[in-house]
Design a protein around this ligand. Structure first.
Ligand code: BGC
Ligand code: BGC
Length: 449
């Protein structure tokens, strides 16, 4: 893994790490935080692989100074975290809980002291339970509540956050949370989950307006994308690819970039009211791209409720999550976004990319994770190749700084550059951390252009 061979990146390229609130903070009952849908879901037997919850997680709520020091030592110029809505509004509406905002203020100020740009995501899936009790994102009112919450956070932090991200992966939240029920809130509505897409997007648009009223900082959304590969070559397989592509890659991005909803999925669009599409298409400063792997699909079995079947993509090495490692998919995806949306595409930042591997401390106490180094190396080269192809990519954030609570997988999947021993909360930087520090230092010594 030669660092010298890593191609250079444009001047000002943003190097970062990403996390999210419920996955690292713990302190679930501290300082007036209200319950979220993930507390409820994790307490439901059978939902989480190891029966765990995020109640303590990485205890980042108390250990954030140590985590900031790890980032400073790594040399990143930005940190993408999420704000827990139930800390700011314990029941999802009404006045702010000052103690919740105080935590994020301490975090943001600590980052700025170390020269790290705070990048704040407002919604990374931890909806206040009280809002779920009135329908969650199936209820149009949740979009208005989200804009009010955005206003409260921006009122406190609008002068210091350097990039705002409204929603994290609304497609994954809709599909796993409301479509299949694998994630909180655990509803299995399949295509009847469409109002969740629309209300998240409406909430995004209303939040963009709320943020613009309080801050001049740039505003983004972070979407999950996946190149779609046919598992067979029949016309029915190719039709399944087109349907799944419309769902995964276009359902959110087409309306965000002014093209309205894809029509071929046949959703009931009665949730869409006059004027909504204009709110949703509010100009964005940055498009956040989260990339992990391509997806293979084939024609659905007769009688299936969906127009496609997802199948394992064959022929690639796999992570501990059994996800295929396909860096060329990232270059392909960036080129697809550039080609499809043209002048309407804002500059891109890769807001998540990373992998789960099981590496644990050796007898010498060190954690060697060569597979993660290979994954990050190949995906950074794919980003560089996309820049050479003409795509404007201005940053890259690794998922994740720390091993953390991986949703339905509990603590069984480790995505960190830093190993966490959960019983002691001891942090041990892995060899990928040392590798990335060299990559960032080398990039800043010899920037391209
Ligand atoms: C996708 C990933 C995504 C994950 C969310 C997987 O099926 O391939 O890209 O991040 O679901 O848990
Ligand atoms: C999510 C993260 C998650 C990661 C790995 C993304 O879908 O935004 O919260 O931990 O992928 O699954």
């Amino acid at each position: 893994m030669s660092i010298a061979a890593m191609p250079s990146f444009p001047t000002g390229f943003r190097w970062g790490v990403s996390t999210s609130a419920y996955q690292i903070e713990g302190a679930a009952g501290t300082d007036g935080r209200g319950p979220s849908i993930w507390d409820t879901f994790a307490d439901t037997p059978g939902r989480i692989a190891d029966g765990s919850s995020g109640e303590i997680a990485c205890d980042h709520y108390h250990r954030y100074p140590e985590d900031i020091a790890l980032m400073a030592d790594l040399g990143v110029s930005a940190y993408r975290f999420s704000v827990a809505w139930p800390r700011v509004q314990p029941t999802g509406s009404g006045a702010a809980n000052p103690a919740g905002l105080d935590f994020y203020e301490r975090l943001v100020d600590g980052l700025l002291d170390r020269g790290i740009d705070p990048v704040a995501t407002l919604f990374h899936w931890d909806l206040p339970q009280a809002l779920e009790d009135t329908g969650g994102w199936l209820n149009r009112d949740t979009a208005d509540r989200f804009a009010e919450y955005a206003d409260l956070v921006a009122d406190r932090l609008g002068d210091r956050v350097r990039l705002w991200i409204t929603l994290n992966e609304p497609f994954i939240h809709m599909s796993l949370g409301y479509g299949t029920g694998e994630h909180a809130p655990g509803r299995a509505l399949l295509f009847d989950a469409f109002p969740v897409a629309h209300h998240q997007l409406l909430g995004h648009g209303l939040a963009v307006a709320a943020l613009r009223a309080r801050t001049a900082a740039p505003v983004a959304i972070a979407n999950n994308y996946s190149p779609i590969r046919p598992a067979g070559d029949t016309p029915a397989d190719l039709a399944a690819v087109a349907a799944y592509e419309a769902l995964h890659n276009r359902l959110f991005t087409d309306p965000l970039l002014g093209r309205g909803y894809p029509t071929e999925l046949g959703f009931d669009q009665s949730a869409v009211r006059d004027g909504d599409l204009a709110v949703i298409a509010a100009p964005l400063d940055v498009l956040g791209v989260n990339y992990y792997n391509p997806t293979a699909v084939r024609a659905a079995e007769p009688g299936s409720p969906l127009p496609f079947d997802l199948v394992p993509l064959q022929g690639y090495p796999r992570t501990a999550f059994d996800w295929p490692v396909a860096p060329e998919g990232l270059r392909e995806l960036l080129g697809w976004l550039h080609g499809r949306y043209g002048a309407d595409l804002p500059p891109i930042q890769i807001t998540e990319n990373g992998c789960a591997y099981d590496d644990l401390p050796d007898a010498d106490g060190r954690v060697h994770d060569p597979d993660r180094i290979a994954y990050l190396d190949s995906h950074l080269r794919a980003v560089r190749a996309a820049i050479d192809d003409g795509v404007e990519v201005t940053g890259y954030f690794v998922w994740s700084l720390l091993d953390n609570w991986e949703w339905a997988e509990g603590f069984t999947k480790r995505f960190g550059l830093v190993h966490v021993d959960y019983p002691t909360q001891r942090r041990t930087p892995k060899s990928s951390y040392a590798w990335l520090r060299e990559v960032i230092a080398a990039a800043e010594r010899t920037p391209a252009r």
